[in-house]
Design a protein around this ligand. Sequence first.
Ligand SMILES: *Cc1c(COP(=O)(O)O)cnc(C)c1O
Length: 364
Amino acid sequence: MTAALSRMPGASPFWSTGVAELSPYTPGEQPQIPGLIKLNTNEHPHGPSPRAIAAIQAAATDALRLYPDPDARELKTVLAERHGLTPAHVFVGNGSDEVLAHVFRALLKHDRPVLTPDVGYSFYPVYAQLFDIALQPVPLKDDFSVDPADYRQPNGGIVLANPNAPTGRALSLDGIRAVLDANPQSVLVVDEAYVDFGAESAVSLIAEYPTVLVVQTLSKSRALAGLRVGFAMGQPELIEALERIKGCFNSYPLDRLAQAGAVAALQDEAWFEHTRRQVMGARGILSQGLRDLGFEVLPSQANFVFARHPGHTGPALLAALRQRRILVRQFNKPRIADFLRITVGAPEQVSALLDALAAIVSPR
Ligand SMILES: *Cc1c(COP(=O)(O)O)cnc(C)c1O
């Protein structure tokens, strides 16, 4: 390659206005290192339903020459039935990240700032910047919990991940209700990427509150991060705003394979129940093991735990684990730089991680 082609691209006069100033989201690494224990992106250790894989294979036919259903009607019907709603209450997109992007653009761009916890999913500030929406960070309590009373201030919308990321802590349904009751004039987006690992879903509040929008994904609890399927549920007026943005962006966000696989995954309740219970069981073992090593572990309702050790910094632990071919996530951000976010892996991965941390924090 010539020097001109291999140079890292920098800002160019050809870029549109504002592109040079953007700060894109940094996803967890996906390195191709043999034997690596990968506990950094909250992927499911047990794999998707075999019925989903079979459905994807069966959809890989000559029919791929045809565009998929732009409205994903079968998938919306299955999602609606599962949640006691109608298809008009459901929006689907290419992963919940895309759904969230449309949510910011369709529902959260107002004169007042959007409230969101100071420690939360780091994609929210990225979307806010992209769409020129002001965000007002609301500090979590010292124990990293959300206090609904902190959301009684003027706003142009509220976004909460519940369980929160990267803390894993969940807010109760009563807590969500308190935020909704205090904000009848603005939309509350509840990002439930991890809800199936033990938290209460706000879906049951949709009939009562025209302001609640619940976002979920098949990436975590259905073990389909590679298929890119996310969805939102709320009253049809909110859904219609999302459909309008989608119709200005991409008519076919979900391809034929994704629609077929998602439908089959949602129909395999037994696999879903079995595998999510395995993850919740391993989470208990991981949390206790970390506490036994002297870690402070936040109570988690997610498929990861958030933990820090009084005697070691986050970056030092991250580097020491990496040397032992174990990848976890650490965020160089205020309040949380000493925490590790550790995905709940398969039992043998949990043991390997605990053994490695034992050697790091209490060497003989
Ligand atoms: C993983 C995650 C998402 C995105 O999930 P995809 O559906 O894979 O795009 C959204 N929100 C939170 C809080 C997440 O952790």
